[in-house]
Ligand binder design. Sequence first.
Ligand code: HEM
Length: 520
Amino acid sequence: MMTDRLEVEDSTTPLKQDSSWGSISEVVNAPLIDVAQDEWWISIVFFYLTMLLWIVSTLPALCCTCLFCAYLIGSSDCGCSIMFSVLGSVQRGRPLWLAPNIYRGWLSILWAFILNGATRLRLFKWEWQAFGGGEYWYHGEGVWCWSYARVQKILQGVQERKSAFGCVRASIPDMFATNNLVFLPNTGPESEWKYIRWALHQTILADAEKRLTQLKTKLSENWLKPSMNQLNDDTFLQGLVAKSCFWIYFNVWLDDVDTEIVARWNTAAKMCIFPRLVQRIAFNLFINRMKTLREETVGLIEKHGLQKLFYDMNNSLPAQYKRTPVVKLCDEIMFVLCFAGVNGATAGASSCRDFLQCKKPAESDKDNIDFGNYPTPADMEAAYKKNSIRYIKEALRLDPPVTSATTSLATDETISLAGSSRFLEKGTLNQYVLSMSNRDPKEFATPSLFNPDRQDLDKNFTWNGAFGVQSRAEDEQNYPRICPGRYIALDIISTILDMAVGNTSPEQSVPETGGCLGCP
Ligand code: HEM
């Protein structure tokens, strides 16, 4: 059992707040931004009244992929046919009178998701095939691409990001923190994205490497009899990762009550994939949970007296990017550190745990994972002990925690979709699918084969870019938006798994030492 250990003197006494800090409750309850007309409450009422009609008209799309494509982009090049599709709605700014286009298109996608065992990678492949197996398919409010070459071009260039997630506009400011890092375009050295990312490196990530060296000791004090069996308890695993992340970020070892808050990001984040229309159909249940979670997460920062870090970060920003009040910046940063960081590391740890026992993770593309030369848990353990970092990278190539990400088209483009072509304006949402580019047969030999010794291992895009050969600086030069927590994640996962399997010769994840782990 984990013991309750707090690094603060009196966690129950709230710190006296400076008024410039502000109220997180006001941030999450601020007026809604960018709500499409087809998401208005009147549309939700209409949907409920006519729901049966949309269900009956969309179920056949599962057997007839032509119908599926027609609902999404129209059945022919004729303007009228396009107008009565999801694409037609999106091109007109999603007006109320075209709401049925969205109901039909998105319900069809929901059925396809269920048909594919609620597995994202399987859904993506199914949609890709439905649209003719070419470079693109349509889903949500935009186009999805998958090939390694195309994804690499996006990852190495300027990304015109928007407040969008899963290729639909994001529900802001109630579900997502409005200007969080992943929504900002990386348009150059003076961009808001660059300043915030740099501030993150200079503050929270600055001492991460030092704290990583103490992680094993901290875990050993709290996990007295490590075993794989115990790790099979998801709640326990989530707790270990949440404590480890908070330690690396803030030098604070959380007690079990606080840990439960951070670990809750794992479940809350799963509901973020649904657009506001669906959230409202579900009476905002998940949005309300997320608001509470964001309030409680900022509450942890306040409780542990960590506000200064965010003041420092805010002070380092040029005037036009400073947040008022400062709690807004805290919320944005905590959002990415939990949403991307805690979730990514937990999903990664649980996938590797399953691979070690020759189990295929619940949401993985099971039919396309071949354990090859490692048919037994003993073989897997030996492969892990041979090189734990290569093992983790290879398991997460096949089952990446972040399957795709959203940017937008940088120029107007005419794109071939399901045998016809569609003109898409600059700014149309564009999703790139990391889980599929990680299996592009043009780049990866026998892509479904689990092989930690593979030559092409470091080409994987699991962390939003490929690993460089020489140094971590190389990664960031080649892939500006590569995950700044990639080495932190590798180290947290390997430290936990090393303990579970009794690995006495841990591997070094970072190709060079010194400085901030994410910094160039
Ligand atoms: C196995 C674990 C992890 C994986 C697979 C992963 C993967 C990714 C991916 C694919 C992105 C791009 C997402 C997008 O742009 O929409 C990303 C971004 C990010 N990740 Fe991670 N991540 C992991 C762990 C972490 C950790 C532990 C941290 C903590 C520092 C972290 C911090 C971030 C941040 C701040 C971004 C935004 C970067 C930017 O937009 O410039 N991640 N991560």
